[in-house]
Design a protein around this ligand. Structure first.
Ligand code: NAD
Length: 248
């Protein structure tokens, strides 16, 4: 397939970023996917029948260069940039008094700083395309405290307001910035809870009005809606995809 809206996705090697990339390639257009290691983005190199073309890039998005290289690759290979999804993220568990501050710093670097760098790298290219859409992954964990999860909760509150602020700055250029805030969803990030903490897994399940964990494809649908022109009058919004957790 040729043509279509071009997307850059960080964290494209796994979970929500990968599920979004798969959906976008089937329905919308080419994808440049970024993740830490070549083996994580290898699946993006090339073209599969009935799907738009894609390219993978191994880079750490906590540095400006990785974000800029992804945007450059999108423009060089596919001619333009229309949408950016910032899904690279990590979590960390530990009490407020004992978590190693180096771990806290890394969580903030990946979950917040990389968000700012991704937006800064994308804005000029989206402007060159006459506007576009940026979708940032926050979390229900960004709306309150959770036991021994302060580093992650802090980072998710910060990225939500970073995205809203960017939305205000970039709106005059027709660049929309929105947030998807998932609840507990089956991915690599949350597999340790399922595998090693069955009681916590079940407690989280019971806390959701829909009574089950989410699947990555369900979150990808919401990301794709906000990334595409179907949401053209929506910016600075936070869309919970959480089985009803925040609405109850
Ligand atoms: P995941 O671990 O399955 O995928 C995240 C990907 O990001 C991985 O492939 C990882 O290698 C990559 N990554 C990490 N640090 C990176 C870096 N510095 N540079 C480049 N790539 C990097 O996680 P996921 O569940 O798909 O989570 C995606 C986003 O959604 C994260 O921001 C996460 O906080 C958020 N989220 C997830 C859930 C959930 O339940 N899964 C819930 C709420 C929010």
């Amino acid at each position: 397939m040729s043509g279509g809206a071009v997307a850059v996705v960080t964290g494209a090697g796994s979970g929500l970023g990968k599920a979004f990339a798969e959906l976008w390639l089937e329905r919308h257009g080419p994808v440049v996917g970024v993740d830490l290691a070549a083996e994580r983005v290898g699946w993006l190199d090339g073209t599969r029948a009935g799907r738009h073309p894609s390219a993978g890039l191994a880079a750490d998005v906590t540095g400006a260069e990785g974000n800029e290289a992804a945007v450059r690759l999108a423009e060089e290979r596919f001619g333009r940039l229309d949408a950016v999804v910032l899904s690279a993220g990590i979590t960390a568990w530990g009490h407020i008094e004992s978590l190693d501050l180096a771990v806290y710093d890394r969580v903030m670097d990946v979950n917040v700083r990389a968000g700012a760098l991704g937006i800064r790298a994308a804005a000029p290219a989206l402007r060159r395309s006459g506007g576009g859409s940026i979708v940032v992954l926050s979390s229900v964990s960004g709306t309150g405290g959770e036991p021994e999860h302060w580093a992650y909760c802090t980072s998710k509150a910060a990225i939500t307001n970073l995205a809203r602020s960017a939305a205000v700055d970039l709106a005059p250029d027709g660049i929309r910035v929105n947030v998807v805030a998932p609840g507990p969803t089956h991915t690599e990030l949350t597999r340790p809870i399922k595998d090693t903490q069955p009681e916590k897994y079940d407690e989280l399940r019971r806390s959701l009005p829909l009574g089950r964990w989410g699947e990555q494809e369900e979150v990808a649908e919401a990301i794709a809606f906000l990334a595409s022109p179907a949401s053209s009058f929506i910016t600075a919004a936070v869309l919970p995809v959480d089985g009803g957790a925040t609405g109850r």
